[in-house]
Design a protein around this ligand. Structure first.
Ligand SMILES: Cc1ncc(C[n+]2csc(CCOP(=O)(O)OP(=O)(O)O)c2C)c(N)n1
Ligand SMILES: [Mg+2]
Length: 344
């Protein structure tokens, strides 16, 4: 867990360096080697690592718009994930998804920028596992800002009524962009949502990786044994803005300081030391993680960008005629799409 967590933290620190290249001084979001938005998960690492330790490659994970720590813990190919974030041709989605849309079928991982979007597909994967008589499970991660979404509540219901092998993990970082939790829901403990569906609901009040590991172990075992879904909420913390470039004018300095003081990685390191792990051993793990991150980033940066003629490939299930055949221009392609009913 410690290795996954330090890998995720360092990975994101390095992404920050790369992301800022070319974006200053006016913060041009489309400039630089990583164009577009970037949502970092520093402070969420304990939940990804603690849950995914229990998962196999054939288990499915869906993650939200803040996916890196979960993807890393699930074993997503770090090089191809990085190439995707850099918009390169060899990326997981051939450079067209970007950091919020990482799909790795080798380890059954997907994420999406749409809030609560991962819940229905996780329920679908769990339903498929059950119908195939396998003991695979699915886990849907979401933020506390998504617990009022219909997609989440309907997923809880379907999972409960069919006893599906799925675990819902809410990462409560107190904020949904600039919206504090208590302004959108009277349910301070999101795990209480489970009661309305007659499911077990577990709240972990601190981002203690070991506590997450224990709660997730029980939930995953329950799902694998055919005993149905569980909802877990983990209190994590957002060490940074909602996305890179967020000045956080809505958030007090004290709140940011509090978040930074509660470092789940340092907490786990302390636990490990108290169990006899030496500083040298921890350094070794960190060095290994740093090397892996550097390797993935340098590999990704050497990868080619997709050509303009590939813009429509693998984007539409029913591609505009011109785009599919001769890489027609965007104007041609959208014209064709309209003529064929624009059903893409
Ligand atoms: C269905 C939908 N509504 C609104 C948005 C815009 N949006 C992006 S992130 C976000 C807040 C998410 O908060 P939370 O679920 O707590 O996750 P966090 O960012 O805190 O990790 C919103 C409302 C969206 N992406 N999808
Ligand atoms: Mg949140």
């Amino acid at each position: 867990m410690y290795e996954q967590m330090v890998t995720a933290r360092h990975y994101e620190e390095r992404l920050v360096d790369e992301y800022l290249v070319g974006k200053q001084p006016a913060f041009d979001i489309s400039a630089g080697p990583i164009p577009g938005e970037l949502h970092l998960a520093a402070g969420h690492e304990a939940s990804g690592a603690g849950v995914c330790m229990h998962l196999r490659d054939d288990d499915t994970v869906t993650a939200p718009h803040r996916p890196h720590h979960i993807a890393i813990a699930k074993g997503v190919d770090l090089k191809r994930m990085t190439a995707e974030i850099f918009g390169r041709k060899t990326g997981l989605c051939r450079g067209k998804g970007g950091h919020m849309h990482l799909f790795d079928p080798d380890v059954n991982f997907a994420c999406s920028g749409i809030i609560a979007q991962g819940c229905p597909p996780a329920v679908g994967a769990a339903m498929a596992a059950k119908k195939r008589n396998t003991d695979s499970v699915a886990v849907a991660f979401l933020g506390e800002g998504a617990i009022d979404q219909g997609g989440f509540l309907e997923s809880l219901n379907l999972a409960a009524v069919h006893d599906l092998p799925v675990v819902f993990v809410v990462e409560d970082n107190d904020w949904a962009i600039s919206m504090p939790k208590d302004r959108v829901t009277d349910v301070q403990n999101g795990a209480q949502r489970a009661a309305g569906f007659d499911l077990p609901g577990v709240r972990i009040d601190s981002d203690d990786a070991t506590a997450v590991y224990e709660a997730a172990g029980e939930a995953v075992m329950r799902a694998r044994d055919g005993n149905g879904p569980t909802l877990i909420e983990v209190q994590v913390h957002r060490r940074m803005g909602h996305f890179m470039g967020d000045a956080e004018a809505y958030r007090s300095e004290a709140d940011i300081d509090r978040a930074k003081q509660r470092d789940s990685i340092e907490r786990l390191a302390e636990d490990l030391r108290s169990h006899g792990v030496t500083d040298d051993e921890l350094d070794e793990i960190r060095e290994r993680a740093h090397e892996r991150v550097e390797e993935a980033i340098s590999w990704a940066k050497e990868q080619p960008e997709p050509g303009p003629e590939e813009a429509y490939e693998n984007v539409f299930t029913n591609p505009p005629t011109q785009a599919a055949t001769d890489g027609g221009s965007a104007a041609d392609a959208s014209g064709d799409a309209d003529e064929t009913g624009g059903d893409n």
